[in-house]
Design a protein around this ligand. Structure first.
Ligand code: SF4
Ligand code: SF4
Ligand code: FES
Length: 663
């Protein structure tokens, strides 16, 4: 909506007329004319703190320089962000900040992208009047499993402390001691540990907080940067994949990504990247002969696979295909397309606990943070971490009432209400306004209860996923059709010997399904099981043929997020020689049957059409009623699962033992 004229303020910044909404801070108003006011403690998402004073500006009529980060605009204000007086003031501030700062730049991970380095170059004098030796403080302090603190580089801007409080709702970090002895530490002395710690390394304007995974790995000018969507959960945060000479060395948030991540990443999306270069990555098809896997070529693999399907169908045996929730939309589409073309109706993406993907017409993530009430069911903070940050924002800064139903993990530090049932939740929410429901999609009875309890309210439903592209797999058609069997029935029938071939794509049901033992028995009773995987998972070990797959950073396409938006996935890496994408595998299989395949344009159009088609799914949809019974809920963590996290030695230390079923 256009701003009302009375809500706008006219001022002059560096001689340029600017019109901005009332209440805008000078630091933001200056951005309108592409003028940067330097900041350390201020951050757009954290707001002002008024601690560092580097943002000094001159305002005509005011005797002293003012801080641009905490001064709102006023009508007729005349501001100078660049003149001798301002630059002298900033130079003095820089000199004070550098009194004890070490001259570490050549060995500092922040070198080349450090605000202190940049502003010292822009405003610093190059020499100091302080003759006393610099105060030394501990370096390389182990702050927790993910972060190292260099105490003497800290400029005490408190961005890290404020992130922990305002954004993450954790309040673990504090400023300890006083004056020049200030240091950052956890209030309890315990290791700094939660799901969003890595964000403080990006917020830190200097090299005081660095990621253990990235320390001493690269200089920014050695990095090739690709923007992509994180595929490690269904939120779909935008991120930069930074690659140094063919190795993925870090992922970084996209600050402008207001629509999805709000500029943050969870620690899984940030730190779970070492698996990409893990030595145990599969790089050649493996065929089980006399109980032992032997390496074979791709041509032989496709021929064996195709012949197994032909043999099964001519012998009257069933064929089934499972998975898709970890594939790209294009791959999930082709998976169902090829198998349906072969007459296979036994298709299902639901190979874990999740029975239902996010409903059609889901509202945006921004709509979630503007809801009057938020109802959380299941392990949402672990399954959709950055979406949980929106819930925190709504509850702590926008006045939403937060209600948790049943066991939802650790109680948050801010105001909330815990209830036992959906009906109680309906009484606990605000009497007016929209209700955003965040549900893990795993217990259909809960879904039905939620649907009934909130039938009379305007609701926004968001279903978090165990698999990053569950919604995409569902929208692309990886569900049984025309009398085909769902996962539960496939497993039951296969255990009875009804199946000749089962193809499993990017799923590990032997580990993650509630009926994992039944799945194992079903695979053992099926003569030909083909599994597409990055690693020799529990399910791959039970296979006849294992196909080495490309990972998400090694292929391009799209995924659907919880809100139903198609997001781009862009390759930033070369896959290991020998690995193929699931799409390439399906093309290889189709060629053995001379199946006509869509051109890339036709494939893209089909994906767009299905992605846009609203899924006629509501909470607790009856379509899922035949699915398997669920095991009792077990708390999950962002680090759980038998997939990529299990193959990164740094991440293994973050996993709980024994690891729980999960993504
Ligand atoms: S560690 Fe970094 S972000 Fe935290 S107060 Fe120090 S300089 Fe600021
Ligand atoms: S919340 Fe999900 S999409 Fe976002 S960074 Fe974490 S794992 Fe990736
Ligand atoms: S950025 Fe203004 S006081 Fe720190």
């Amino acid at each position: 909506m256009a701003e009302q004229a009375t809500d706008m303020v006219k001022l002059t910044i560096d001689g340029v007329a600017v019109e901005v909404p009332k209440g805008t801070l000078l630091v933001e108003a200056a951005k309108k004319i592409k003028q940067e006011i330097p900041v350390y403690c201020y951050h757009t998402k954290l707001g002002p703190a008024g601690l560092c004073r580097v943002c000094l500006v001159e305002i005509e009529g005011m005797p002293k320089l003012q801080i641009g980060c905490n001064t709102p605009v006023a009508d007729g204000m005349v501001v100078h962000t660049r003149n001798e007086k301002v630059e002298t003031g900033r130079s003095m501030i820089l000199e004070l900040l550098l009194v004890n700062h070490p001259l570490d730049c050549p060995i500092c991970d922040k070198g080349g992208e450090c605000d202190l380095q940049d502003y010292a170059m822009a405003y610093g004098r190059g020499a100091s009047d302080v003759a006393d030796p610099k105060q030394s403080k501990p370096k390389g302090v182990d702050l927790g499993p993910t972060i190292v603190l260099d105490e003497e580089r800290c400029v005490v801007c408190q961005r890290c402390v404020r992130f922990d409080d305002i954004i993450a709702g954790e309040r673990q970090l504090v400023v300890k001691d006083r004056g020049h002895n200030d240091i950052i530490a956890t209030s309890t002395g315990d290791p700094y540990r939660h799901n969003f710690t890595g964000n403080v390394t990006e917020l830190c304007p200097v090299g005081a907080l660095t990621s253990k995974t990235y320390r001493f790995k690269s200089r920014p000018w050695d990095l090739n940067r690709t923007q992509t969507s994180c595929t490690q959960c269904a939120v779909g945060c935008q991120q930069f994949a930074d690659v140094r000479y063919g190795t993925l060395v870090r992922t970084m948030s996209v600050e402008s990504d207001d629509a999805i991540s709000d500029g943050w990443l969870c620690d899984r999306g940030r730190y779970n990247i070492g698996y990409v270069a893990a030595p145990e990555r599969l790089t050649q098809p493996l065929y089980k002969r006399d109980g032992e896997f032997v390496q074979i070529g791709w041509d032989d693999a496709f021929a064996l696979w195709a012949n197994a399907i032909k043999d099964a169908q001519s012998a009257g045996k069933q064929v089934g295909a499972l998975g898709g929730g970890r594939l790209l939309n294009e791959e999930a589409y082709l998976l169902q397309h090829v198998f349906r073309a072969l007459g296979v109706k036994n298709l299902d993406w639901r190979t874990g606990r999740q029975l239902q993907a996010s409903p059609g017409g889901a509202a945006s993530y921004e709509a979630l943070e503007n809801a009057e009430s938020i109802v959380v069911v299941g392990d949402i903070p672990e399954l959709a971490p950055v979406l949980w940050l929106r819930a925190i924002k709504a509850a702590t800064r926008k006045g939403a009432r937060l209600v948790r139903v049943g066991a939802c993990g650790q109680a948050p530090s801010f105001a909330h209400t815990d209830v036992a049932t959906a009906a109680e939740a309906a009484s606990a929410v605000a009497p007016q306004g929209r209700v955003a429901i965040l549900w893990d999609g795993s217990n259909l009875e809960v879904g039905k209860a939620l649907a009934a309890a909130f039938a009379a309210r305007e609701t926004l439903a968001y279903i978090a996923s165990e698999q990053g592209n569950a919604r995409g797999a569902e929208a692309m058609g990886m569900l049984p059709s025309d009398g085909g069997s769902d996962f539960t029935k496939i497993v039951a029938d296969a255990a009875g010997g009804a199946y000749g071939v089962l193809a499993i794509f990017g799923a590990n049901p032997v580990r993650n399904a509630p009926n994992a033992q039944d799945v194992r028995a079903a695979l053992d009773a099926t003569p030909f099981v083909v599994v597409s995987e990055l690693f020799m998972t529990e399910t791959a070990q039970a296979a006849t043929l294992v196909l080495p797959a490309k990972g998400a950073y090694e292929k391009s396409g799209t995924v659907l997020d919880i809100a139903g938006d198609a997001l781009p996935v862009n390759a930033s890496l070369q896959a290991p020689v020998g690995a193929l994408s699931d799409l390439e595998m399906l093309v290889g299989l189709a060629q053995h049957f001379d199946l006509p395949l869509p051109t890339s344009e036709e494939l893209g159009a089909a994906v767009i059409a299905r992605a846009a088609k609203p899924l006629a799914v509501t909470l607790g949809d009856a379509r899922y009623a035949t699915a398997h019974a669920l095991a009792p809920s077990d708390a999950r963590s962002i680090w759980d699962g038998g997939g990529t996290c299990a193959h990164d030695e740094r991440i293994v230390t973050l996993r709980r033992e024994p690891a729980k079923v999960g993504a």
